[in-house]
Design a protein around this ligand. Sequence first.
Ligand SMILES: [Zn+2]
Length: 480
Amino acid sequence: MISETKICQNCKQNFVIAPEDFAFYEKIHVPAPTFCPECRTQRRMVFRNEFLLYKKKSAFSGEEIFSMFPPLSYPKVYENKKWYSDEWDPMQFGKEVDFTLPIIEQVFELLKLVPHAARSVSESTLINSDYSNNANHLKNCYLVFNAAHDENCIYGNDIYNSKDSIDNLTIKQVELSYGNFLVTKSSRIFFSSDCENSYDIYFSKNLRGCSNCFGCANLHNKNYYIFNKPYSKEEYLEKIKTFDLGSYKFINETIIKSTNFWLNFPNQYLHIRTNVNSRGSEYVYNSKNIFNSYYVREAENVKYSQFVITPPAAHIYDQTLFGEGASFDYECLICGLGVNNMKFCRECWSNLHDVQYSMYCQNSSNLFACIGLRNKSYCILNKQYTKEEYEKLVPRIIEHMNTMPYIDKKGRVYKYGEFFPSELSPFSYNETIAQEYFPLTREQAIEQGYSWKDPEPRNYEIQIKNNQIPDHIKDVGDEK
Ligand SMILES: [Zn+2]
């Protein structure tokens, strides 16, 4: 096989399909993509609202509940406990395949009928953590998103296997820490970034195996350093006592001082560690054969993917989030927890295999174009078939998708082999992570066919002004 250059349907730029890409597509029986890798990523990301929560009326109880879906968006939402209960049956919405209409159009109609869980959480694994989303296995957490296996954490994104920590972004196996970015296997880390296997660290960057460091950069296996200068243990502890860490003013001044100090040191050209044969990728750790991917941990044979961070994961192309027992996934968003051979799926997690063009399905296999099914096999558009009927019908549907593809309002053609068109997303472009990684102005987004959410007026009554807040923590009482 040789590589082939194609023109992206979406951005009209050239992109290359490598011989190993063709081999993967052949193995999983899909045609080569017609969108370039970046446009494919953007297309998936418009379906991911990471941390916005809204009040939306439950279609079950009529009560206002917290939901990741905006109030006026098309999904009917149920309280998570109801959604996971047997009090309703997603199969009641099942439909025969209509060969006079594009399949994607029929998926969209089904999406509008089948209730959605209000938040993307594994309900039975959450204890006292009602204000989090995109999460599982949380205890006493508040406003943490994209999180799993955490306890007593508040305000954070990408928080994994961590405890007693506040205001962090991207931490794993961390405890008693505050205000950090990218910290792993560490304890008592404050206002620092890119630290690993360290403890008692303040205002530092890129430390490995360190302890008792303040304002440092690029140190490995060191302790008792202040602004990269070594001290004896006694001197260090005396000096630290003179730093007024209870003062907000001191903290802010020290953040500025330390970040300026870090500028004196070279940066790593990439955040990659202990990988074998990885190229064109950033934030990749303990992995093998990772190509053109962003933020991958403990995975193998991954290409064109992002945030495949909960191990293990292997043989994956074009997946955005998350892994944890995923293999042979292609063009999937938020799939994991024991999934195999998933194609063009969104939010399908927990024990699934051989599933295509489906959303919100769990513990199932051999599904095509299904929404919200649990413990089912051989279903199409939420309708039950026998194994024999299913195996006959799926090739016919794929053929139908190629002869009568979905065409979006911008004229982009979706035959079998493309992820869902962004028009099916219940979110506006700027509510999703697409806006973080492919930022657009309002005008650009609308011109490109996305919806846009204008900010809502907010009328807060100010009860305390900034200058009335005490500078020092010792002056703050316990009253609310
Ligand atoms: Zn493109």
